[in-house]
Design a protein around this ligand. Structure first.
Ligand code: PBG
Length: 328
């Protein structure tokens, strides 16, 4: 035998050896927990397709945020479900809106916990689209939506938001939001742009949770075609040029290649959103006894980090943080 047989298994023989050569680490500090906050008080409405997730009124959302922080999770993301909706989505920039009130309440209770309100109009518009509609009833009016998004960003910053996260996919919104924040004295508030956001079937459970299903049509006129990777890079580069401080790829698991390409092309902080449908699949399979939940979740989150994501937004955040602390 001219060469000794290659023995890849030598470094797999024990937990300490595997730990020594492990390339990717997953920690509670990498996770962001999304919360659905609803108007009213003492409400906790379960979301059928997402076991373990509920729409919470403000005081319960604060409790949940505190529980996350105690597990070492550094950030929560907030989605608001307002009492009233209108054609413009004016609830989004209401200084007393549900997201603004929750942001203030969490920052008061836990100043160290990062609060990242999602910035979009779809939860606030009566038609459920992410921007206002053209007066001819046609498509979303991109340019007329920009000032409304900017106004919402300023209202969220005023409430104490640590990061502004636009998820609407209008062209030019990062620049418009950056300019408005700078003008209003919030030059230090960073923007996490949902840059490569695909028109995905995996958002189904979220739309039930956030009550944001479009009344007619779909979002393919502004969200990306799942078939396009090069275009995702162009989207990301535009957002970086307009002033994005962090960029996002969403969903995560079906787009690991995009996460990797975005990281390599930009070297920006990359956040991946492990979305509602990804969560629902794992929960359903685990409930059916087909998958081990803990092993599956930790493998999924590690894979998203390995692909190049610095942080992961996930509904599994609290469970994952608990499991990770048990493994220490
Ligand atoms: C709103 C928004 C959506 C999600 C996050 N922000 C839904 C959508 O675009 O239809 C999806 C998140 C998830 O599925 O977990 N624009």
């Amino acid at each position: 035998m001219p060469f000794p047989a290659t023995r890849m298994r030598r470094l797999r023989r024990s937990a300490p050896l595997r730990g020594l050569v492990r390339e990717t680490r997953l920690a509670a500090g990498d996770l962001i927990l999304p919360l659905f906050v609803t108007h009213g008080s003492d409400r906790r409405e379960l979301v059928a397709a997402m076991p373990g997730v509920a729409r919470l009124s403000i005081e319960h959302a604060v409790e949940e945020a505190v529980a996350a922080a105690e597990l070492g999770i550094p950030a929560v993301m907030l989605f608001g479900i307002p009492a009233d909706k209108d054609a413009e989505g004016s609830g989004a920039w209401d200084d007393e809106g549900v997201v603004q009130l929750t942001t203030r309440a969490i920052k008061e209770r836990m100043p160290e916990l990062l609060v990242i309100p999602d910035l979009c109009l779809c939860e606030y518009t009566s038609h459920g689209h992410c921007g206002i509609l053209r007066s001819d009833g046609g498509a979303v009016d991109n340019d007329a939506t920009l000032p409304l998004l900017a106004r919402t960003a300023v209202s969220q910053a005023r409430a104490g938001a640590d990061v502004i996260a636009p998820s609407d996919m209008m062209d030019g919104r990062v620049g418009a939001i950056r300019a408005a924040l700078d003008e209003e004295g919030f030059a230090d508030v960073p923007i996490l742009a949902y840059s490569a956001k695909f028109a995905s079937a995996f958002y189904g459970p979220f739309r039930e949770a956030a009550d944001s299903t479009p009344a007619s049509g779909d979002r393919r006129g502004y969200q990306m075609d799942p078939a396009n990777g090069d275009e995702a890079l162009r989207e990301v580069l535009l957002d970086v040029e307009e002033g994005a401080d962090l960029v996002m790829v969403k969903p995560a698991l079906p787009y690991l290649d995009v996460i990797r390409r975005v990281k390599e092309a930009t070297r920006m902080p990359v956040v991946a959103y492990n979305v509602s449908g990804e969560y629902a699949m794992v929960k359903a399979a685990a409930a059916a006894g087909a998958l081990d939940e803990r092993g599956t979740v930790l493998e999924v989150l590690t894979s998203i980090r390995r692909a190049g994501a610095d942080a992961v937004i996930t509904y599994h955040a609290k469970d994952a943080a608990r499991w990770l602390s048990e493994m220490e």
